[in-house]
Design a protein around this ligand. Sequence first.
Ligand code: ATP
Ligand code: MG
Length: 561
Amino acid sequence: MSEDEGASSAPLDFIRQRVADDVAAGKHGGRVQTRFPPEPNGYLHIGHAKSICLNFGIAAEFGGRCNLRFDDTNPLAEDTEYVESIKEDVRWLGFQWDGPEYYASDYFTALYEMAERLILAGKAYVCSLNVDQVRQYRGSWNSPGQDSPDRGRSIEENLDLFRRMKAGEFPDGMYTLRAKIDMASPNMNLRDPALYRIRHAHHHRTGDQWCIYPNYDFAHGQSDSLEGITHSICTLEFEDHRPLYEWFLEALEIHQPQQIEFARLNLTNTVMSKRRLLELVKTGRVSGWDDPRMPTICGLRRRGYSPQAIRQFCTSIGVTKFNSTTPMARLEEALRHDLNESAPRAMAVLEPLKVVIENLPAEVSETRSAANHPAKPEMGTREIVFGREIYIERADFMEEAPKSFFRLKPGGEVRLRFAYVIKCHEVVKDPQTGEIIELRCTYDPETSGGKTPDGRKVKGTIHWVSAATAVDAEVRLYENLLLVESLAEVAEGEDWKDQLNPGSLRVLQGCKVEPSLAGAAVGQNYQFERNGYFCLDARDSGAERLVFNRSVSLREASDKG
Ligand code: ATP
Ligand code: MG
């Protein structure tokens, strides 16, 4: 990580302030131990990056440690593919967890023993109500719940039934183990929540060893405690679960981490729940979890985001207690900021129009040197060839051009980047379709490097590539995944997928790029002059095929002018 990311003179956010206060007060012996606890039921997304930067960041800043723990208590949704991708993404973001990675499933035995302890203390009971009955008995926000008929079951009977649940004697759903707390609590989470359910399902790590699985609320806090976590940082939805988190730790008399909640990251014009992302993958609306339109870490990586750009973004949005939605433009701005500094420049023509320089013989060509970065001579130069046939962008020529059009027009002049001023004499059209297929121009040999010795004004400068040396490429342009800013705008009963942007992917074939780009490496980003920042597509490019993704345009769409 670069130095300017970590060290900052900005005031501490409320979580860091709290941690600093605890350290100063000597709480937990001044120790700081955080954790990032993903459920391995999907790939990580940019929201997770916020949590990763926060947990690993705080640990690093306070000389502490951060664990990676897979919250794998739901055998049905979880998979080792997700475990591997999560580890890869955390590392790629620039973080290393403390020790081995942990799994909630490592604690199944310990959690089971804790549950028995709660039974023995008269604080948990086996309940035979089914899901619907549990809901009815729970009451509502304004009415208290009703005790389960099994609430008074004896400790011996509870223990016996719980052991038989574990031994596999009962079918799914027949019993649950519930905490005995308070059916009249104004906090619904305290109305005798379930701790264990019966689920005869294969688990990605423990196989068929267990047929009862702990609920998230029971597993999470106790896992935190077992790992000696000091600050358990989570998103705001868990604020109402904090009393339960604390109740378990107190009832079990074990190490008590402090749960602290913050507002999750929401971004405009995209989806961020793993359930919806999975739906996009499964229905083939995107090419996979790493589709460059996805807000997943692997999607952003394939799109051309660097770890620093993502970390900078996470730092810049800060940490608060208020739910809000961050404009996608801010994420893109973080990337531009990063790439403007680091990306070498290159020329690529996305929608080519051939230009013949009539006063340059076919056998003559001239090699010119082009700076790789306008402000960084240390990034070196490359050679580009100017010859009789070149390509320019179709959009850089206009037959009936308004006065304000400073690019090429019939009889007009334009400057070619790094080369000469050219003048257009003739427009060649397809006699059938009327489409412009070629421009006949001349170049002014006195204007090397674009300077006009007679001082005549040539306002426009355009990029180009030489036809003789250009390489063919496919270029993919991206827009937002969603047409609407937020799915809250989608009416009930409507399919949210109807809001997918049909223009989110545009594929351009037959693009012409300068030959240096044939050697582009995966992970290297380039600024294609005037067209934006691009990177080689890690999945679809090969020896025979160049595919570039546009990572981001040069400017936000709304301030193009
Ligand atoms: P999703 O809602 O996308 O399925 P989740 O919360 O179920 O996400 P987990 O794997 O349980 O996903 O999340 C791991 C950690 O990442 C949790 O601590 C969670 O609070 C945090 N996290 C998830 N989404 C966001 C987000 N949008 N912003 C900040 N933190 C997040
Ligand atoms: Mg979750």
